[in-house]
Ligand binder design. Structure first.
Ligand code: XMP
Length: 524
């Protein structure tokens, strides 16, 4: 097997909301890549050893005074470069071209005419017009535009409102696109990335799940040797995939600690044990800590207090258990690549776009444990594919995200066991029905929220006075912004009837139609 990291691409981030999407497109084309902030020390860029560079878009204007710039040394490395949107404008301006603002932004679909038969766009088109020019349907999002080509560049593409929508210096293999090939609305986007990565940069396509699994397993074996590893298994996608990977790599040297805080979804604890302990033979210790969590939450109604209480108790219990494992040398964590970018961004004070996952961060174990983080290089979609390649069930690997504090933030105000039990049943009905109607994977996240207010209802034998639940379902790409999901009325009706008929404590079901912003996805 060729080394997974032999052919790699470096993406310089100028702050675009699409930067991670670019990275995912590159990875999907089978090429490893990383994202660095545009102003990282140049030495790090040189050392990285990329076969090519992509300059992302960004929110700034190249006409502003202290705008982000492309490091000029980059052009001296002689590797191919693809600048996208701001990346193209910055490059064009720094190489002697001109950028202007004509007071018109372009946002949305556009039709681009390819020009000049460049190596990047040759024979890539959605249609060909009568004169034989390739036409591409693309996604645009920009205010400024390139007005004059820099020396050595030729015109590669144009639209009506951006006559210079693509530029190319074929000799130096430097290309710029005003539109966003990483966005799926650009129908030929994948073809454009593949052309750049494979034909122009000469990268192979070694980056795939099978190779990732194989390489990660041998890396873990080499690092851990015959040491012992403990892992906090939560039942979420990341820790589940780490468990499966480590089990494959080191078998019984792995011990998973699963803290059941009583705030999990319906049958979740049993499901984790069935999947890992029974089916896969993974060493899992289940700590039933429902009582301790409920006790800690007594009298707490402020969301932040509840979050802190749950997080701190989790750490306390995990540490108690971990300390019993005197032979442990390593602590495994499900850190994934977006977390790595986020903390890199945070340390340089340039955290753009990246969501804070509010997870229980590094566990401050005062034990001498070394960290093993086998998913550090992977995006969530790659983690999922690796999970499937390792034989984890599809439904587990493609689950919606679930917050660390669990139902603790889906029961408004004080958490009580009877509320949690009622909520679990309602949530299970909603999720089961979403799956049965093929809607589960069409929404990004769905759940039920318990409202501790009573409402009047009527049943065959009289009046009832019971609690309210809210159904929440959203569609989102990055969880930073979200739209409420437009679920069919008859589906909502069916779910609402089932919940009210089958669960005694609930008298009313409402559907949450708040977008984010200004709402958040969770209610607390
Ligand atoms: P919000 O409610 O902030 O949620 O719009 C965005 C995403 O983050 C999840 N979330 C959490 N995840 N611990 C977590 O691990 C938390 O405290 C937490 N709060 C929100 C939420 O489920 C959604 O996917």
């Amino acid at each position: 097997m060729s080394d997974l990291h032999d052919d790699k691409i470096l993406i310089l981030d100028f702050g675009s909301q699409y930067t991670q999407l670019i990275a995912r497109r590159v990875r999907e084309a089978g090429v490893y890549c990383e994202i660095f902030p545009w102003d990282v020390e140049f030495e790090r860029i040189r050392e990285f050893g990329a076969r090519g560079f992509i300059l992302s878009g960004g929110p700034e204007s190249t006409l502003a005074a202290d705008k982000p710039e492309v490091p000029l040394e980059l052009f001296a490395l002689g590797q191919p470069i693809l600048g996208i949107c701001y990346g193209m404008q910055a490059m064009a301006q720094q190489l002697g071209g001109k950028v202007e603002n004509v007071g018109k932004s372009e946002f949305g679909y556009a039709r681009v005419r390819a020009r000049g038969h460049t190596a990047l766009l040759r024979d890539i088109h959605d249609e060909v017009n009568e004169e034989g020019h390739g036409l591409l349907d693309v996604w645009m999002s920009h205010g400024d535009r390139v007005a004059e080509l820099p020396a050595g560049f030729k015109l590669m593409a144009s639209t009506e409102s951006a006559p210079i929508a693509g530029i190319a210096d074929e000799e130096r293999k430097i290309y710029g696109l005003q539109f966003h090939p990483e966005v799926t609305h650009t129908t030929q986007g994948v073809a454009i990335y593949q052309r750049f990565l494979h034909d122009i940069c000469g990268c192979g396509s070694a980056w795939n799940s099978a190779n990732i699994v194989e390489a990660t397993i041998s890396e873990v074996r080499a690092r851990v040797g015959d040491g012992h590893v403990i892992l906090g298994l939560s039942g979420g996608v990341d820790s589940s995939v780490v468990a499966a990977l480590l089990h494959e790599a080191i078998g019984d040297q792995l011990c998973c600690i699963f803290v059941d805080n009583g705030l999990l979804r319906h049958r979740e604890g049993d499901f984790v044990m069935e999947q890992f302990a029974e089916h896969m033979g993974v060493n899992v210790i289940r700590i039933d800590a429902e009582d301790r969590f409920l006790e800690k939450l007594k009298g707490l109604s402020d969301p932040e207090d509840k979050r802190k209480a749950i997080g701190n108790l989790f750490i306390e219990i995990f540490e108690e258990e971990a300390r019993k494992h005197h032979d442990a040398d390593w602590l495994a964590q499900g850190t994934i690549y977006p977390d790595v970018i986020e903390s890199a961004g945070a340390s340089t004070g340039k955290a753009h776009l990246i969501k804070s996952h509010h997870n229980v961060g590094g566990l401050p174990l005062d034990m001498r444990l070394k960290l093993v983080e086998p998913l550090r290089e992977l995006f969530k979609d790659e983690v999922r594919r690796v999970g499937v390649a390792l034989g984890l069930p599809h439904d587990m690997v493609y689950r919606h995200p679930f917050p660390g504090p669990g139902l603790g933030v889906r029961i408004l105000g004080e958490v009580k066991k009877e509320y949690a039990d009622t909520l679990r049943l309602a949530d299970d009905i909603f999720i089961t029905e979403l799956r049965a109607h093929d809607l589960y994977e069409r929404v990004s996240q769905a759940f039920v929220v318990f409202l501790p207010v009573k409402s009047v209802g009527v049943t065959g034998d009289g009046r009832r006075y019971n609690f309210v639940v809210a159904l929440r379902a959203v569609e989102t790409i990055d969880f930073m912004t979200a739209r409420w999901a437009d679920l069919p009325y008859d589906f909502l009706d069916h779910v609402s009837r089932r919940i009210m008929n089958e669960i005694e404590g609930i008298a009313r079901v409402v559907y949450d139609i708040s977008g984010k912003p200004p709402g958040t996805i969770e209610w607390e």
